[in-house]
Ligand binder design. Structure first.
Ligand SMILES: CC(C)(COP(=O)(O)OP(=O)(O)OC[C@H]1O[C@@H](n2cnc3c(N)ncnc32)[C@H](O)[C@@H]1OP(=O)(O)O)[C@@H](O)C(=O)NCCC(=O)NCCS
Length: 240
C-alpha cells in the first residue's frame, strides 16, 4: 500500500475563452494527531464541534485541505474562513471580503483533496482509495466498452468512472440521491496520463481523472475550460 505522505497546495491554471479563472487546490494526508495539534490555526471557531475517530479525521483532513486552498486564494487567515454544511451537505464557504467563493471537498482513506473556485465557474473533486474488497456498481456495458482500450486495470476503470460520476454529483449538489444513470459517461479519451470523460446528460461538464498511487481522483470542470494537467500531477506527486 502506498500513501500520500505530505500535504500540498498550489494554484491550478484554468483558462476559458482567453480568460484565466483563479482556482486553488490542496491535498492533505496529515495524521489525526498532527491535525489536532494545529486545530486552532485552521478551524474557524464555529467549525470546532466535530465527531470522534475516523469520521473526525476525515472531517479535519477535508477542512485542512480546504483551508490550504482557501488561504492561497484569499490571503485571509484560515481560522477566519468558515466552511459549514449547506442543507444538502454541500460545503458552504464564508470568507471576509469574498462573497462568491466556493469549495469542493473529498476525503478517502486518510487523505483529502479540496478545490476553491469562483461561483461563476463550478467545479468539484472526488477521490477514492482503490479497494478491491469494496463493491461499486458495475460500469454500464457502453462505458466498459469505451474504457476497455485504455491501459487501466478493471479496478482502476471502475474507480476512475466512479469518481468522475461522484464529482459530477457534487457539482450538481445532488450527490447520489438521483438515478445513477443520469451520471453516465458518453466518451473517454486520454490526455497524457489523464483520462478526460464527457457525460451523456450533462454536456456542459467534463471529468479529468487520474490514478495517484493507490487513489483514483477526479476533477469535474466546465466542458470548455482548459486545465493545467501538469499542476494536477504536481499536486499528487507525493503519492509514491
Ligand atoms: C455527496 C456524496 C457524493 C459525497 O461522496 P462521498 O464519497 O460519500 O464522500 P467524499 O469524501 O468524496 O465527499 C464528502 C464531501 O462532499 C461534500 N458534499 C456532501 N454533500 C454534498 C452535496 N450535496 N453537494 C456537493 N458536495 C457535497 C462535503 O463537503 C463532504 O465533506 P464534509 O462533510 O467533510 O464537508 C455522497 O455522500 C452522496 O451521494 N450523498 C447524497 C446521499 C446522502 O445524502 N446520503 C446520506 C449519507 S448515507
Amino acid at each position: 500500500m502506498t500513501e500520500w505522505t505530505n500535504s500540498h497546495h498550489l494554484a491550478l491554471t484554468v483558462t476559458r475563452e482567453g480568460h484565466t479563472i483563479p482556482v486553488f487546490m490542496a491535498v492533505s494526508s496529515l495524521s489525526l494527531s498532527a491535525l489536532q495539534v494545529q486545530l486552532g490555526r485552521f478551524l474557524h471557531p464555529e467549525e470546532r464541534a466535530v465527531s470522534k475517530g475516523a469520521e473526525q479525521h476525515h472531517y479535519l483532513l477535508g477542512r485542512h485541505a480546504a483551508k490550504l486552498a482557501a488561504v492561497d486564494f484569499t490571503g485571509v487567515a484560515a481560522n477566519n474562513i468558515r466552511i459549514r454544511p449547506g442543507v444538502f451537505g454541500q460545503p458552504v464557504l464564508s470568507c471576509p471580503g469574498y462573497s462568491n467563493l466556493q469549495v469542493s471537498i473529498t476525503h478517502s482513506a486518510g487523505s483529502a483533496m479540496a478545490v476553491v473556485f469562483p461561483e461563476a465557474h463550478p467545479m468539484a473533486v472526488d477521490i477514492e482509495l482503490l479497494d478491491g474488497d469494496r463493491f461499486l456498481p458495475p460500469l454500464t456495458p457502453a462505458e466498459a466498452a469505451l474504457i476497455a482500450p485504455l491501459s487501466y486495470t478493471s479496478e482502476e476503470q471502475t474507480y476512475l468512472l466512479w469518481t468522475a460520476r461522484e464529482a459530477l454529483s457534487k457539482v450538481l449538489r445532488t450527490g447520489f440521491t438521483t438515478d445513477l444513470e443520469l451520471f453516465n459517461v458518453k466518451s473517454v479519451a486520454m490526455n497524457g496520463s489523464f483520462m478526460v470523460a464527457e457525460f451523456q446528460h450533462f454536456l456542459q461538464y467534463k471529468a479529468i481523472s487520474w490514478i495517484a498511487g493507490n487513489m483514483a481522483c477526479s476533477l469535474v470542470v466546465p466542458q470548455r475550460s482548459q486545465v493545467d494537467m501538469a499542476a494536477l500531477q504536481t499536486l499528487t506527486s507525493q503519492v509514491s
